[in-house]
Structures are given as C-alpha cells and as structure tokens.
Design a protein around this ligand. Structure first.
Ligand code: NA7
Length: 538
C-alpha cells in the first residue's frame, strides 16, 4: 500500500544521515540514544555500504576482523564470533545486518533511495531524494563512505562489448559464472589482487590488463582458533582502547625510531622478512621510522618486495612486469593477497602490461591494446573509485547563500578537522577529507567521528543553540596543516587516489590526515573541550 511521503512540516527531523554502512548505522544508533529523530537514506536495498556493493570473488577486509568491528557495545563484542583472521565480504555484511537487527536500526532507514540535493536555509537542511521526497532536518550527516562512487576506465567502447561487464564495486548478488569463459580484468589494485586468483580458478582463460603494478604482501589469512577468539573476547576493552590511541587504529607496539639505512643490509632484510611473514597491512611500513619519509630508505623495502615477486612468479619477464617501480612503497594503497602472484604461473593466465601496450578501445568482442585485440567473453572492471570526494559531491549540496559544495571544493576538498565545511552550517562528514579516514582502520575512525558529532549536537542542544559552522580561518589552518604533514612525506609523490590522481581533471590535493589516529582524536577532543573555537556556534 503506498504511503504518503512525509512533508517537511509533518516530519521535524533532527538529522538526516546519508548512508547505511558502518558509519550511518552507528551514527543513527548514537543520535537515537540521545533522543533525536533521525532518518537514514541509502541507495542500496539493505544495510552494509561498501560491504553491500563489493561482492566480487575474494572480496575481504585487509584489516583483521577483530580490529575491523565496532567497539561501542561490549555485548556485541561478546556475542559475535569472527571465523577468519580476515573476514570475507559475506561475513562482514552478515555482521552489519546483525547490528542493524540487534539495535533495531532498520525502522529509521529508507532503502533504495539516494539523496540528490540538500540546501541550508533558516537553520535547517532541506533534503531531496530520488524518490521525490523532501524532508527537513536540523543536521545533515554524510556517512557516504570514501570509496563508493565507481570510477570506470577511461577507454572507449565499453558500451559496445557484447558480453557482460561488471565493475567489482557493483558485483551482481547472484554472482558471475565464469566457468569455461574467457575473462578480462582491467585494474590491479586491491580489488583486482583479491579477485584475480578466484576468477582464474574458474575461467577458461584470464587476461589481466595492468597499468600500474601494486605492492602486494601476503595476507596469511586463516581460520581463527577458539583460543584466539576466547583470548580476544577476554581482552576486547584493552584492545579497543589501544586502537583508539594508535597511529592507524590498529594496536601495534610503538615504532622504535630506527632508520632503515642505519642498520646492516642483513638486519634490514630480517626485519622486512619478519613483517612480511606477519601478514598485517601496516607491519612492513612500520619496520623503520623513515620509510615514508626518505626515498633511499624506501628503495630498500621496495626492492625487498620486488625480490619476493621474483620468488613467487616463475617467468622472469612476468615477474618484472608485476614489479612496482617508479613510486615509493606505501604511497599508493598496497594490497594483501592470497595466491595473487602464483596465479600468473598458470598457463591460462596472461598479463598485459599497459605501460608497454596501452589500451585503445573495447570492441564488441574484446579489449584492444596498441598491440592486438584480446577476445574475451566477460569483462571485469577493477578500476576503483572517485575516492573520498565522489560521494560528497554527487548530490547538489548548497550551504549559506546557495553556494554549492562543488564550488567550495573546486580546487580540492576543504574541511575543518575533516568533519565540517565553512559556509555549510550543521553539515558533518564522517571520515571526510582532512581526517585519517582511508589511512586508518575505518571502523575506529568512523566511531570517533560519529561520537564527536553526537557530542557536538548534544552540546548545542544543552546550550539551546541552533547551528554550528566551521570558521573559514580554522578551515584554512587545518587545510594547510594537512598539506604540510603530507608534504613532509613521500606520499604526494605517487599518482594515487589519495591525491585524486586516478580521476582525470580532479584537483591534485592530498586528502587524508597523516598525523595518526591517536593524535587526531586528541586534537578533535581538544576542540570540543575548548568550546569549539574553530566553529561559530549560532
Ligand atoms: P584502486 O586501488 O583504485 O585500483 C584500481 C586499479 O585500476 C588500478 O590498478 C588502476 O591503475 C586501474 N585503472 C584505473 N583506471 C584504469 C584505466 N583507465 N586503464 C587501466 N587501468 C586502470 O581500486 P580498488 O577497487 O582495487 O581498491 C580500492 C580500495 O578498496 C583499496 O585501496 C582498499 O582500500 C580497498 P592505476 O594505479 O591508476 O594506474
């Protein structure tokens, strides 16, 4: 039975939250807990965000399950039991569905609905959806995820291809049967690295089109033992607390401060080998203090990884083509793999090096490079996302005086603390540009932001104030600080999605805060404790 769409007047919401992934679910739970009326919109048919959409074979998190999970509920920690060291997508989605049910979140979520526009006037946001609905709320909270708007490859003819074309970020729910078929994969970032071994296992022939080889380290994924689970369940509070003050949102022993070139080559190698064997995303980068800072130091770890690729790939030419060169380790997102390099030892798997023979077009029957046409039946695009700003700029968001967010960010994203934007009162961004976000354990960063936002709203309500807005001065200072931290490192050197380089025409601005999760939390807490000096409270 159709229901009447609520009108702005009939539906005096406190907050609209856009997105029902890790961020939106927890934000809803928090705000509801302080008695606010909240409505969440999500384009998907169910909760899950990135874990709803990314269903490609092999999709799994590369932060350990026991770290990549909510910390806000000790009961949830005890009830939920992860089965693998690195949970696969179906298990993470099941976890988020469980969270939605357990905390009765679905009743405030409208699914299959995108927010298309939002404008601020008279202390409220008016939010419009693609369902034609308009709602009004005091606060607009973007929980849209950092990697949710797809980036297709820049190649002509995709629409001419006769067979199925699937982006890894929109994989069909029923799966894709590639058995006996010739499959092409374009892209060798995390999604390519994870899916290629499984696609190869079923396909008759697999052709991988690689533009930039990734630094790839073994995940050493495995089932968790009952002892490990019992131990973690007994120690969750300590572990969660350590995550919150750590550098990446993952508890690790503090770095020693030792520099890579201070030790002998044998000592260096032993240190790298130990980290390589650990199978932890941040272990290798944490072996020496200067790997992110000094090219010569970084060269040593890059060469160590290239040596491992030579060990794992039988054909020397293929090994060389798979070896990352020309950008430092850790400056583009590296990946954890299970059997990635060994896949290229199979007769039916072929690597096409697009640096030697660039893509020309997709035809009705396959993919053409400058060298030849590769005929295939299925085309897989593992070509990534319009990262960090894509989903924030997709709706038409208008702040004070009708100024659009697209105008405000024409030269790159600008935020105060990655949380708020000058000229856009009562708009909050969860894990926005200028916060640790993608350079951290996302769940830890999400919880921190959702808590900070909920506390800020509670403070406004306590003081009876309608609005909170970042000042242009605080924003400018924060933008400069984020850039300065990045410029101190090797990270801006690479053409990565951290800096917008994967999307033609996107401003080249380093978008993540590099000061670390713990110090960043302290900075945000200090802002609140000092009465929000970087904000105007109206
Ligand atoms: P990524 O990491 O952005 O990887 C995309 C890959 O697709 C990467 O190898 C790109 O090469 C390649 N690509 C993109 N456009 C093209 C074109 N036009 N031609 C050829 N190759 C292309 O996305 P993922 O989905 O793998 O991973 C996203 C994140 O998910 C990951 O970082 C983790 O945080 C989890 P390029 O490097 O641009 O030369």
């Amino acid at each position: 039975m159709p229901t009447a769409a609520p009108t702005a007047a009939a539906d005096p919401l406190d907050a609209v939250v856009v997105g029902a992934g890790f961020a939106g679910l927890y934000q809803l739970h928090r705000l509801r807990g302080q008695g606010l009326r909240v409505r969440v919109f999500d384009a998907a048919e169910d909760v899950g965000g990135t874990w709803y959409w990314n269903r490609y074979p092999g999709c799994r998190c590369d932060v350990e399950s026991v770290d990549y999970s909510y910390s806000f509920s000790p009961e949830l920690d005890q009830e939920w039991t992860w089965t693998e060291r690195y949970a696969a997508q179906p298990e993470i989605l099941a976890y988020l569905r469980h969270v939605a049910d357990r905390f009765d979140l679905r009743r405030d979520i409208t699914f299959s609905t995108s927010v298309t526009a939002a404008s601020f006037a008279e202390d409220r946001w008016t939010v419009t959806t693609d369902g034609g609905e308009t709602v009004s709320a005091r606060f607009l909270i973007m929980a849209t995820g950092c990697l949710s708007v797809l980036k297709p490859p820049e190649v002509d003819g995709l629409d001419r291809f006769a067979g199925p074309v699937h982006h890894t970020g929109r994989w069909p729910h029923e799966g894709v049967d590639v058995s006996g078929r010739r499959v092409a994969v374009i892209g060798t970032g995390s999604s390519g690295v994870q899916s290629i071994p499984l696609l190869a296992a079923d396909a008759a022939r697999l052709t991988v089109f690689q533009r930039t080889p990734s630094y790839v380290l073994p995940a050493h994924n495995r089932p968790l033992t009952s002892e490990e689970i019992a131990d973690r369940k007994a120690n969750y509070p300590e572990h969660r607390a350590a995550a919150r003050t750590s550098g990446f949102g993952i508890p690790r022993a503090p770095a020693t401060g030792e520099r890579a070139l201070e030790v002998s080559p044998a000592q260096r190698r032993a240190r790298y080998q130990g980290a390589y064997d650990e199978g932890v995303l941040i272990a290798l980068g944490g072996t020496f203090a200067d790997l992110r800072l000094d090219q010569a130091a970084n060269d040593t770890v890059a060469e160590f990884i290239r040596g491992k690729i030579r060990d794992r790939v039988a054909d020397p030419e293929t090994a060389e083509a798979l070896s990352p060169r020309g950008y430092p380790f850790g400056t583009k997102r590296h990946a954890l793999d299970t059997g990635y390099f060994e896949t290229y030892n199979s007769e039916h798997v072929e690597l096409v090096d697009l640096r030697q023979t660039p893509l020309v077009e997709v035809t009705g029957t396959g993919v053409r490079t400058t060298e030849r046409l590769y005929e295939v039946d299925v085309l897989v695009l593992a070509t990534g996302f319009d990262a960090m700003t894509g989903a924030l700029l997709a709706p038409d968001i208008r702040g004070r005086d009708g100024r659009t967010l697209r105008e405000a960010w024409a030269d790159g994203p600008r935020t105060h603390l990655g949380l708020a934007v000058a000229g856009f009162p009562n708009l909050f961004v969860i894990t926005g540009p200028g916060s640790p976000s993608v350079l951290s354990n996302m769940v830890v960063s999400i919880e921190q932001h959702a808590d900070w936002i909920a506390d800020a709203i509670a403070e406004l309500d306590r003081r009876g104030l309608p609005t909170i807005e970042a000042t242009p001065e605080a924003e400018a200072e924060w933008v400069a600080h984020v850039a300065e931290l990045a410029d101190h490192t090797l990270l801006p050197k690479a053409d990565s999605w951290y800096i917008g380089a994967n999307v033609p025409g996107k401003p080249r601005v380093f978008m993540a805060y590099l000061g670390g999760v713990g110090p960043y939390r302290q900075r945000c807490d200090a802002e609140a404790e000092a009465g929000y000096p970087g904000f105007r409270l109206g």
